[in-house]
Ligand binder design. Structure first.
Ligand code: KG4
Ligand code: ZN
Length: 340
């Protein structure tokens, strides 16, 4: 079954073709980061207009790359939510209209389910069940994943998401949007030991997180010292150490508590090099395994939506052919169920 995937929930137009027999056949992405950077964040109206501009040419591109035609498509998966409603409507509208003309089924995919399953696109994917750490701009969650759609929440952030903490710290340090890669880059010039930031909730005894105190501690540090580049780099270094250490400790606790030995990491912060180093080291020591998406599939992309949609379309009986639709700008992952 050949599935076209369309992601348009925020500031990236991602398109991909996934075949349930042959795997990922083609994918393409247009990032709007440059367009939004002068505003310091995503401007929803500009995002929607850009998705309109990009989506169809990118669909044509993936078809050309895979040497396939529109008529080869057996189903269309699109991000139905959560996200910016105007942006979601662009992808949804294109998906449903195309499916209507091709007379193929559609599936509205939960954006976070896409992120969650992205590591399964790689070689030697783990078998269910496994523990998943979802670390993005809006989420920091630990989950026990038993099968597609069976997600048990083990821990969550009580305030800011890890990616949000990176973004806010970047802003405090006068770095560009998006903050995660910028903080991480600056941290490579930072020195160990000059500053010590707290590790909130690291010993809380549960699997929850809290990152807002860390951001305040960064603000205090920044106010107490000169804003020269070396100081900023030293703060960025210690901030990254704090976040990645907290995430690593909680992941290891989740593996211990669930008695599972496979961890998957997904979402934008999963691209962080230092986080990967720490998780690789900690899991190896406990004879566990950690799986990541390739770097380009940590952040938003069409491949994860095509894949999650294909898994669900394959499992569904009596596919949806009524192309009326809604988007779900707010949508709790806990509402998802196993496909039946
Ligand atoms: O998953 P994602 O693309 O978007 C959603 O939030 O759904 O994640 C974006 C987040 C941003 O907060 C960004 O700053 C962070 O992921 N991020 C990183 C890195 N790359 C992206 N954070 C730390 N280190 C990185 N290398
Ligand atoms: Zn995302």
């Amino acid at each position: 079954m050949l599935v076209l995937g369309i992601e348009s929930s925020c500031d990236e137009t991602g398109i991909a073709l996934y075949d349930t027999e042959q795997g990922l056949l083609a994918h393409a992405l247009h990032s709007q980061i440059e367009m939004h950077s002068e505003y310091g964040g995503v401007v929803p109206e500009l995002a929607s207009r850009d998705h309109i501009r990009r989506a169809l040419p990118l669909i044509q591109k993936v078809l050309n790359d895979a040497k396939l035609a529109l008529s080869d498509i057996d189903g269309i998966a699109y991000t139905q939510g959560p996200g910016l409603s105007g942006a979601l409507l662009v992808g949804t509208c294109i998906a449903e209209s195309l499916a209507f003309t091709l007379n193929v089924p559609t599936i509205g995919v939960h954006h976070l389910e896409g992120h969650l399953l992205a590591p399964l696109l790689e070689e030697n994917p783990p078998q269910f069940p496994f523990v998943a750490l979802l670390v993005s701009g809006g989420h920091t969650q630990l989950m026990k994943v038993t099968s597609i759609g069976e997600y048990e929440l083990l821990g969550d952030t009580l305030d800011d998401a890890a990616g949000e903490a990176f973004d806010k710290t970047a802003k405090l340090l006068g770095l560009d949007y998006p903050g995660g890669p910028a903080v991480s880059k600056l941290a490579t010039q930072g020195r160990k030991g000059r500053f010590k930031l707290p590790r909130p909730m690291i010993n809380s005894g549960d699997l929850n997180f809290s990152f807002s105190g860390l951001k305040t501690a960064v603000l205090t540090l920044a106010n107490q010292h000169d804003s020269d580049l070396q100081t900023k780099a030293d703060i960025a270094y210690e901030f990254q150490e704090a976040v990645t250490e907290i995430l690593t400790v909680k992941c290891m606790s989740a593996l211990r508590e669930t008695r599972l030995d496979n961890l998957i990491v997904s979402g934008g912060v999963g691209a962080n090099k230092r986080l990967r180093e720490q998780l690789n080291f900690a899991t190896k020591r406990k004879l566990c395994h950690v799986h990541y998406p390739r770097l380009e599939f940590c952040t938003d992309n069409g491949a994860m939506i095509a894949f999650a949609g294909a898994m669900r379309l394959k499992a569904l009986q009596g596919n949806k052919l009524n192309h009326s639709f809604t988007v779900r700008p707010r949508w709790d992952l806990a509402e998802l169920q196993k496909p039946q």
